[in-house]
Design a protein around this ligand. Structure first.
Ligand SMILES: [Zn+2]
Length: 118
């Protein structure tokens, strides 16, 4: 596994970010949201993630346990990331790999997380 630096954005470009993350440790998820979005997620500690633009153009959505803050662009609707916490309280970011520059999510081997049963 290798942590590398990636840049990402929403579709319209209003929201952009960069992060250090490991694309050998991605997941897909079958929860009611990820199933619909087709999300492939990578993770980074909050301090390894920088929101470069668009903080005021984000809309927040929470569901189920209400712990994850799903943030999507008000203009184009694309969710580039969400904020959450590990069970030990460490602040984390779940990054939508589909939004990263120069990355083909279909070439990755994500672990299938059973979020629907969680
Ligand atoms: Zn956008």
């Amino acid at each position: 596994m290798a942590i590398a630096h990636y840049r990402g954005s929403c579709q319209c470009g209003a929201v952009s970010f960069e992060a250090d993350t490991d694309l050998d440790q991605t997941i897909t998820c079958n929860c009611s949201r990820c199933q619909r979005l087709g999300s492939v997620l990578a993770f980074a500690p909050r301090e390894a993630f920088t929101l470069n633009a668009g903080e005021d153009n984000l809309t927040e959505y929470r569901f189920n346990t209400m712990k994850l803050r799903h943030l999507f662009c008000k203009t184009c609707g694309i969710q580039g990331f969400s904020y959450g916490e590990k069970p030990d309280g460490t602040a984390m970011v779940a990054i939508n790999v589909n939004c990263l520059e120069g990355v083909n999510p279909r070439a990755l081997s994500p672990h299938a997380h059973d979020g629907a049963s969680a």
